[in-house]
Design a protein around this ligand. Structure first.
Ligand code: OXD
Ligand code: MN
Length: 596
């Protein structure tokens, strides 16, 4: 056996076994040092995996281009492989573990020949915290190593931890030939194993992120009685200096990142609010000895959507991505900086598009569509410590206490700007019936409304009916459960235009939510939950036409009666597994909607 820098026999044996399968020319252990990172960057520049950007304007920044058909998560090629199909549920594609291993083994076989296999020990969550989980990713991609270096805690400190604790998620990734017909993202929750092959897109290959921190973690969380959620975590510092923390779930590319780092609008800034970002995508939450829910962000970086990011939508992100950032599939400008649709400044008059072709504004493809400079799901990977609003509690082993949980989606009509659930059980119903428009973060038809309970539909690593039951159970474990709210920044008027300006103005809604949490304001009881009195939303400094707030807060019973049909159809696919409590909530809502 080759000499490895670990005393963990299980780890060494597994690395050897996978190397035998993939046949790399060499095996390199990632130690987390700056020297090793710099060496890998140098190699990636020489192979073309990375392109160096203008180091005066964007120090430590690089550009990467993926294969043209490898730009988003491929949910149809993503599988949960449990022994019993029913355990994966109607929400997942399923393959038996034996069939999945056999199918992927053929693709992995010899896939790393002529390449190096990198061994990345990583910790999701602060190393040694009781929240944290360790994984080891084997990959033949330097891009993956360099991204994991931003997104997670990696290297020797994790290896040392593995000498004390033998549990880790076995993550195997190979680009293979990047062929979509030989691409598979396989999860084996019962073996604590992930196999991903044939892709180089972050969501499919940074295995600590969606694969471990959501799909595998949700499975573990049910067993161990905690929550692994697709949620941002943010601290709202109130004018008196006290910080309240909230967690919020929105489907992919619906604004979690922007909300998690908003800057207060002028009218509220004078009151003294500040926002502290703990995380923008994933929350791991546990009930602590005080009976409340505490959360950590298991990641250390942002893998954010570039298009639309600018100084008015997200000024803190614009600051964050000025250094030590890896850009993927954006436009390369002549001066060695980058651009995307909706970026700051003028549209450049020339550049190299995300496919590596010369580009200028106004180019049209064969079907008459505008050719974009950046892919709609182009991304940046940036360290959270770069963020001017990064919370000082990011590394705390204990996390932060959560006062409110917010669910939301993009709904053009149905959902009002904000409403509060009646209690935890009703809140679980609100989360379980979430729906949103499909975005560019996943391959598929853009714009169609799809049900996305708790924004976890693509990420729940087991039967979602059991997941709902787990949420109901978690409510019973807490003495001080967070209140649950629903928001919709995307309601449109009869002219088709958004009624609410969104972005930093959303703090006005968060302020109401916090006031509800501390029982400072009353609310209107409606069929769907508690809705604000218009006067309780502080609109200072915001030019909103008279009557618009009332329109935003309106509960239109006829639309909700229509919605009941969609909810019923969705629930029915879980048959008798769906917790009775959710059918009870359905019937209560139906009854309330019948009343005048
Ligand atoms: C993400 C996603 O990248 O949800 O966070 O797709
Ligand atoms: Mn996400």
């Amino acid at each position: 056996m080759k000499k490895f820098p670990t005393t963990n026999k299980k780890l060494a044996e597994w690395v050897n076994k996978m190397a035998k399968l993939c046949q790399p020319d060499d095996i390199v252990w990632i130690d987390g040092t700056v020297e090793q990172r710099k060496q890998l960057e140098k190699e990636a520049l020489s192979t073309g995996e990375l392109i160096e950007l203008n180091q005066d304007k964007l120090p430590g920044c690089f550009l990467h281009r993926t294969a043209p058909d490898d730009v988003a998560r491929t949910e149809h090629l993503t599988f949960i492989c449990t022994k019993i199909k029913h355990d994966a549920g109607p929400n997942n594609n399923w393959m038996s573990p034996a069939a999945a291993y056999a199918k992927a083994r053929v693709i992995f076989k010899g896939s790393m020949s002529g390449r190096t296999m990198y061994v990345i020990p990583f910790s999701m969550g602060p190393v040694g915290s009781s929240f944290s989980k360790i994984g080891v990713e084997l990959t033949d991609s330097r891009y993956v190593v360099l991204n994991m270096n931003i997104m997670t805690r990696i290297g020797n400190e994790v290896l040392r931890q593995l000498e004390k604790d033998d549990h880790f998620t076995k993550c195997l990734h190979s680009k293979a030939d990047l062929n979509i017909s030989r691409r598979l993202i396989l999860h084996f929750p019962e073996d604590n194993t992930i196999w991903s092959v044939g892709s180089g897109y972050g969501g499919n290959v940074l295995l600590g992120k969606k694969c471990l921190s959501l799909r595998i973690a949700s499975f573990l969380a049910k067993k161990e009685k905690w929550l692994a959620e697709h949620m941002l975590i943010m601290g709202i510092e109130e004018p008196n200096g006290h910080i309240e923390y909230i967690a919020a779930a929105f489907p992919s590319a619906c604004g979690k990142t922007n909300l998690s780092m908003l800057l207060p609008p002028e009218g509220l800034r004078v009151k003294g609010y500040r926002i502290w970002t703990v995380g923008d995508d994933i929350a791991w939450m546990r009930v602590d000895s005080d009976g409340s829910l505490w959360a950590v962000n298991p990641e250390t970086g942002f893998f954010g959507v570039a298009p639309g990011t600018n100084s008015s939508t997200n000024p803190n992100m614009v600051e964050t991505i000025k250094k030590n950032t890896i850009y993927t599939n954006v436009l390369l400008k002549k001066d060695g900086t980058v651009w995307w649709e909706g970026a700051d400044g003028e549209v450049p008059n020339e550049g190299i598009d995300w496919l590596g072709r010369p580009w200028k504004p106004g180019l049209i493809d064969g079907q008459g569509n505008i050719i974009k400079g950046a892919n709609s799901n182009s991304r940046f990977t940036a360290p959270i410590v770069n963020c001017p609003g990064a919370s000082y509690r990011i590394d705390q082993h204990h996390g932060v206490p959560i006062s409110a949980i917010i669910f939301g989606g993009k709904r053009a009509h149905l959902a009002p700007l904000v409403y509060e659930s009646f209690n935890w059980q009703h809140g679980v119903f609100v989360g379980a019936t979430m729906a949103s428009k499909r975005t560019a973060a996943q391959v598929g038809k853009l714009g169609e409304v799809r049900r996305d309970p708790m924004a976890m539909f693509p990420f729940c690593g087991y039967n979602m009916a059991y997941y709902f039951a787990h949420w109901l159970d978690m409510g019973k474990r807490m003495q001080k459960a967070p209140k649950i709210f629903h928001v919709n920044w995307f309601r449109r008027g009869s002219d088709g235009k958004f009624l609410w300006p969104g972005f930093s103005e959303n703090l006005r809604v968060l302020e109401w939510i916090l006031q509800r949490c501390s029982n400072k304001v009353g609310a209107v009881e409606t069929a769907i939950g508690y809705v604000p009195y218009p006067a309780d939303i502080d609109l200072t400094g915001l030019q909103l036409d008279p009557g618009i707030l009332e329109k935003l807060l309106e509960v239109r019973k006829q639309e909700w009666r229509e919605e009941l049909k969609g909810i019923k159809g969705f629930f029915k696919q879980f048959h008798k597994d769906l917790p009775r409590e959710l059918w009870d909530e359905f019937e209560l809502l139906q009854k309330r909607l019948k009343e005048k």
